[in-house]
Design a binder for this molecule. Structure first.
Ligand SMILES: [Zn+2]
Length: 468
């Protein structure tokens, strides 16, 4: 029988509240009830996500949601619970080392399945970084005496991500409309309460041995935030990379995120890649999707990624010193054929802008109004009054028909700003957005660009409905 989502949430939050008030006395029993409750919550959330997302074929995130939560054995030592995010376990005679603990709503099931496959104590849990989908199951794994290893920047990254959670949630949900309306408020699903016991800073790796297996935790900041670490098994030559490489390998990195996190430091990223190249991995196990094998081919790809970012970085510096502005550089700088990489995740033009602003900050030095909180849109109503909305839309259409959708959109901003209605203007806006979307699909297939354009089209459609 299907119980309504809200009712089921109600039952589960009552259960969760009972747990947090300590009504279940025995520690072990408490833990297992908590796990079962969390698994129920997770199943409902999963069902809902799959439902909301059905029919979606374009979005990379959609593929992740449909990955079954199941165990795979990668080698005699390495097990993985798959899902939106993987939970990886390296098993030894003295216990298990866990690398990333998955998305909160899937983590309980991952924990149970791994516990059944390779039971044993958990002396170490390692979080590749502080994002929700990598720390969600920490509470299910941490035992008395478990060391939680993170990068030294982890507490600060988690602090700011938690402080900005409403803002980030809104942005994520705009791009990924299948997400729940609000962040979960049920005890063990709440983000941002992790307390690492071992911090790895940007110097030497943290090394330890367990059950005869050697482990090295390497700082690799840069690609997915300032607090990235990778786990290296020197004897097996296996690298657990978290999100360092993003959802695809190889690819141009997401130095900037459209959802609006802190800018990532390009030089840090290049140095981290140097570190990984020096290790010479034969297998990379990312925390999303499948392991990557390939010896020499792996190394070639790693070098190409490093050289591509270095190339873009140096071209931005040269352009800045030549007095070029950021828009010009966004158009000019392109990867040479030998460094061509997928831009599905990070776009080179946005990397250019991020690097420019990382070094030069927000003041672009070309207008006075940039210094004050009065944007160009403050006089859009004047423009419309002087030129007439119909004339502006006419001119916008001319641009769009001539293959210049962005010039068209600028003019339409003036007409449609502040929620002003104009049927033909909205239609022209839709046409311009469709053109950009088609181009995005035919060229870089960048998932964030596609998600953004689809959001703007949905928004335009709903304004057209409102306008009647
Ligand atoms: Zn992730």
């Amino acid at each position: 029988m299907k119980i309504h989502w809200r009712l089921r949430s109600g039952i589960i939050s009552t259960l969760a509240t009972m747990l947090s008030f300590g009504l279940v006395a025995c520690e072990d029993a408490k833990k297992s009830v908590e796990l079962r409750a969390a698994e129920m919550v997770g199943d409902i959330a999963q069902e809902r996500l799959v439902e909301m997302n059905s029919g979606e074929t374009e979005r990379a995130a959609a593929d992740l949601i449909n990955i079954p939560i199941e165990i795979r054995k990668i080698s005699d030592l390495i097990y993985q619970a798959r899902g939106v995010s993987n939970t990886n376990v390296i098993t030894t005679s003295e216990g298990n080392v866990v690398f990333d603990t998955g998305l909160a709503t899937q983590a309980a099931k991952q924990r149970r399945l791994l516990g059944e496959a390779i039971p044993g104590p958990t002396p170490y849990v390692i979080n590749s970084h502080s994002h929700q989908d990598h720390v969600g199951g920490n509470s299910f794994w941490l035992e008395e005496g478990t060391e939680l290893i993170t990068h030294a920047e982890f507490p600060e990254e988690q602090r700011y991500l938690k402080a900005l959670q409403p803002y980030l949630w809104y942005r994520n949900r705009t791009l990924f409309p299948f997400m729940p309306e609000n962040p979960p408020d049920i005890g063990f699903l709440v983000y941002g309460n992790d307390k690492p016991t071992i911090l790895v800073d940007d110097g030497e790796p943290y090394k330890f041995e367990l059950g005869g297996v050697r482990f090295e935790v390497h700082p690799t900041p840069g690609a997915e935030g300032a607090d990235n670490i990778c786990l290296w098994l020197p004897e097996q030559k296996v690298l657990f990379s978290g999100d360092f490489f993003g959802p695809l390998f190889p690819q141009f990195p997401n130095i900037f995120t459209m959802r609006g996190e802190k800018i990532r430091k390009p030089i840090e990223y290049i140095r981290s890649l140097d570190r990984i190249i020096a290790l010479g991995p034969e297998m990379i196990i990312p925390s999303h999707n499948d392991p990557i094998e390939g010896g020499e081919g792996l190394l070639t790809s790693l070098i190409k990624m490093r050289d591509a970012v270095q190339f873009v970085h140096d071209a931005v510096i040269a352009g800045m010193n030549d007095g070029k502005d950021v828009n010009q550089l966004m158009k000019e700088i392109q990867l040479p054929p030998e460094l061509e990489l997928s831009q599905v995740h990070g776009r080179v033009a946005w990397g250019v802008k991020s690097i420019w602003e990382y070094y030069a900050t927000w003041f672009h030095f070309d207008t006075t109004t940039e210094l004050y909180g009065v944007p160009a849109s403050a006089v859009y109503a004047d423009l419309v009054e002087l030129a007439g909305a119909d004339a502006l839309v006419e001119r916008a259409k001319k641009h769009i028909d001539a293959g210049r959708p962005l010039e068209g959109l600028h003019l339409l901003e003036a007409v449609l700003g502040d929620g002003r209605d104009h049927r033909a203007g909205l239609e022209a806006r839709r046409q311009a957005l469709e053109m950009l979307l088609e181009e995005a699909r035919e060229t870089f297939k960048n998932s964030y660009e596609i998600d953004w354009l689809r959001y703007r089209i949905r928004d335009t459609d709903s304004r057209m409905v409102e306008a009647g």
